[in-house]
Write a protein that binds this ligand. Sequence first.
Ligand SMILES: *[C@@H]1O[C@H](CO)[C@@H](O)[C@H](O)[C@H]1NC(C)=O
Ligand SMILES: *[C@@H]1O[C@H](CO)[C@@H](O)[C@H](O)[C@H]1NC(C)=O
Ligand SMILES: *[C@@H]1O[C@H](CO)[C@@H](O)[C@H](O)[C@H]1NC(C)=O
Length: 555
Amino acid sequence: MRLVGPWTIVAVLPLFLTEVRSIEPSQCIAPLGMESGTIKDDDIKASSSFDHGHVGPHRGRIRNEVHGGAWCPQTQATPDTREWIEIDLKTIHVITATETQGRFGNGQGVEFAESYMLEYFRPSLKKWIRYRTKNNGELLKGNINTYLEHKTILDPPIWATKIRFLPYSSHKRTVCMRVEVYGCKYTEGVTSYSMPQGDKKGSSWELYDFTYDGHWDGEKLKSGLGQLTDGLIAPEDFKLAFHQENTQGWVGWKNDTREGKPIEIVFEFDRIREFTAVHLYTNNQFTRDVQVFSEARVFFSVAGKRYKGEPITFDYMEDRIFETPRNVSIKLHHRVGRFVKLQLFFASKWILISEIAFDSSPTTGNFTEEEELDNNIQGDQTVVSGPENKNPISAVSSTGGQYLGIIVGILAVAVVFMIVVVLYIVHQQRKYKSSPRPSQIPDKAALYRTPSLGRLTTSTDYEDVRNPEYAVPLHQSSQRCRTPPNLQNFFPKAPSLPPPSEQYYAATEIFRQGTGPVQFKPPPPPLNTPPPMRHQMPPQGRYGSGGGNRTFVGP
Ligand SMILES: *[C@@H]1O[C@H](CO)[C@@H](O)[C@H](O)[C@H]1NC(C)=O
Ligand SMILES: *[C@@H]1O[C@H](CO)[C@@H](O)[C@H](O)[C@H]1NC(C)=O
Ligand SMILES: *[C@@H]1O[C@H](CO)[C@@H](O)[C@H](O)[C@H]1NC(C)=O
């Protein structure tokens, strides 16, 4: 029974040590339905078609060979023409890759697009946006013949309800396309956020929201999405992040031009939702004047005009021990709204944020008017007003927790060994007393094995700690302590000192576990292997004879 204490400590440890980072876009890679037909013909449009029935937009499905076998616009592609095929996905999707193919047409086709551009639409943007890659390019690589597909990973991904492919050619040529889009439905529900654009730090670090796709009126960003909601976590060091082209990701604001005012970020959601938490991934390089905000206030609104009701106020306890970023979680107590306003107060000269994510679910209640929301809050949400709102303990600073985990781990291991020693001594004394002649102690193994085994295996407390949930990171130490045979093997050994090697291993194991995830490696690029070819390369002669005199018209 005495074992309960230390086991509980060991069991709590994994809570500090587990830290799983899942980058959404890398799991979001399913074909969205051009090839399979999940996207209906009615949801595929085009600027024009050479012949609707034969090569209309609905023929533009990749790896399909029906009628003309591709979508072909009426005009030939030149740098000045603008033709497109459009896919309506109905709801916001994260589009992580596109794929194109030319018109094979059973060997009769000769048309394909060597390159193309993308445009996308979201209702909150109210306009079509030309897609730009991370390197600020608009042109994506297309095809080199009529049958080979070419797939392009979109970096950054696109958040859109509709997407258009615009074939492009630097010289005049006839193009036809078959396409597919890859990604997943967007479930987080943020349709846009608005906030002040980031600031420049020193002369070289522009801590802007580079991928923001809404409007920038010189000061404020409006109606778009960008780095704060892209699911990508910036590297720990913002300077490094800025200089590595592929891994920017901190948006930063400085205090000195704001006259003590907080940073205000307003999130708009697809519908009225009930919120349980918001997570802010925040830089804490305090030696460079960057720190987690000192206070955050969270306001809710149904229509976005008035933020009624008490805000949720959250104080962050200043934390200048480790410079690693903090994932600060704020509980939102099931508050309801379609707009959420965050105010972040400066603790230092700079606030740098990489990612803001909400835990929420759509509500079914009738919240058509602001007044109704007020009634609702007064009716059953009284919890949220008053001083209970302050939840300093709800700050889950996982990176800091790791170091705490190491310390607790070492302590726990020490406690376990002490208990073992005490048990050993108790045993020793009991045997000593019961033994008629103390000088004739029988074989140690025979003496100790039976009682210890019996007690350990019948104890319900012992069964509890075998719960696999607790067993995660401390493979070495906890596993060893928990398994009865090891414990017995240990008993006959010198009990006064814990074996140094074991403690050493336990400590290093924790340390390795603890420091691992702090490095925040960018996710591996999804799907960097080309998709398998579906069509055999047709015999060269067939392809050549099929189109010899019908190839594109040169410039
Ligand atoms: C922020 O700037 C204001 C003046 O603009 C100053 O009063 C305040 O102390 C500053 N806060 C921090 C945390 O530097
Ligand atoms: C922050 O913590 C929450 C809850 O533990 C988690 O869901 C989220 O993915 C974390 N965010 C980052 C950027 O680590
Ligand atoms: C919501 O409430 C308003 C006023 O109370 C009412 O007019 C409206 O019909 C209700 N809507 C739904 C969907 O119940």
